[in-house]
Design a protein around this ligand. Structure first.
Ligand code: NAP
Length: 246
């Protein structure tokens, strides 16, 4: 039986790259996204062509009922879950802290922190019940270290919360052989920057990267899939930077 992998935010960017690679590595997939049905269907088509079974599970991870619906589909279709790539996340427009509104902070933390924790909680419930271990990779950001002053401190703080959550959860479930890690991407070329109002951001800031270039979604996905693999069987609680040295 193939291992079942749930990826949140799989309709674009890093999540989509993870799905395409995972399909070639023998996983069956449950792909979550919020609104980009065309993007999700394109990813699903590529994954099926690579031999994976694919279940599309739309749902906003900031909505607990939507998370329950995603897992209900996974349970009904596969009846198990072996790995989670907890990737869905958002940025917002560049703003200083003095200009952050309550509504903006609620959206940022509802999606990036509370949603991610609830998605991971449901994965752990299933993995513990199965009794065969499991893997969770949370997608953090180098912003968690850098603070993102004058850009989006709220985003950076949400990702710092994910780093802390990763270590704490990993300690709770390590004895069940459930490994929990985080990956911190740096400047990666995806649509995320345009969604934050800065389509050229990765190119504009590439000179600040020691490797003097932006990264690709595939480069991040390769690191995530390695953490998911048996090659990383003694890795847990770790946070891996994929940043070109930044
Ligand atoms: P992206 O290209 O904008 O893709 C984001 C994905 O997340 C899309 O599939 C989107 O689905 C989904 N999503 C957004 N909000 C959601 C929600 N509330 N519920 C469910 N799905 C939701 O972004 P990306 O660059 O691949 O980012 C993926 C992760 O990497 C994020 O956690 C981000 O913070 C992190 N990251 C990115 C960078 C970078 O430079 N790109 C750097 C560090 C960390 P829809 O389009 O359907 O809404």
């Amino acid at each position: 039986m193939k291992p079942v992998l749930l990826i949140t935010g799989a309709s674009a960017g890093i999540g989509a790259a993870c799905a395409r690679i995972a399909a070639t590595r023998g996983y069956d997939l449950a792909l979550n996204y919020r609104s980009d049905t065309a993007g999700a269907e394109a990813v699903a088509g590529d994954c099926r062509a690579a031999g994976a079974e694919v279940l599309l599970c739309p749902g906003d991870v900031s909505d607990p009922d939507a998370i329950a619906a995603v897992y209900a589909k996974v349970d009904a279709t596969y009846g198990r879950l072996d790995a989670l790539i907890n990737n869905a996340g958002v940025v917002d427009m560049t703003a200083k802290v003095v200009d952050l509104t309550h509504a903006r902070l609620r959206r940022m933390f509802d999606i990036n922190v509370i949603g991610a924790i609830l998605v991971a909680r449901e994965a752990v419930v299933r993995m513990q019940k199965q009794g065969q271990g499991g893997v969770i990779v949370n997608v953090s950001s180098a912003a968690a270290r850098l603070g993102s002053g004058n850009q989006y401190v709220d985003y950076a703080a949400s990702k710092a919360a994910i780093d802390c959550f990763t270590k704490g959860l990993s300690d709770e479930v390590a004895a069940d052989n459930i490994r929990v890690m985080a990956v911190r991407p740096g400047l990666i070329e995806t649509e995320l920057h345009a969604k934050g109002g800065e389509p050229g951001r990765a190119d504009r800031l590439a000179h600040m990267v020691p490797m003097k270039r932006k990264g690709s979604a595939e480069e991040v996905a390769q690191a995530i899939l390695w953490l998911c693999s048996e090659e990383a069987s003694y890795v847990t609680g770790s946070t891996l930077d994929v940043t070109g040295g930044r």
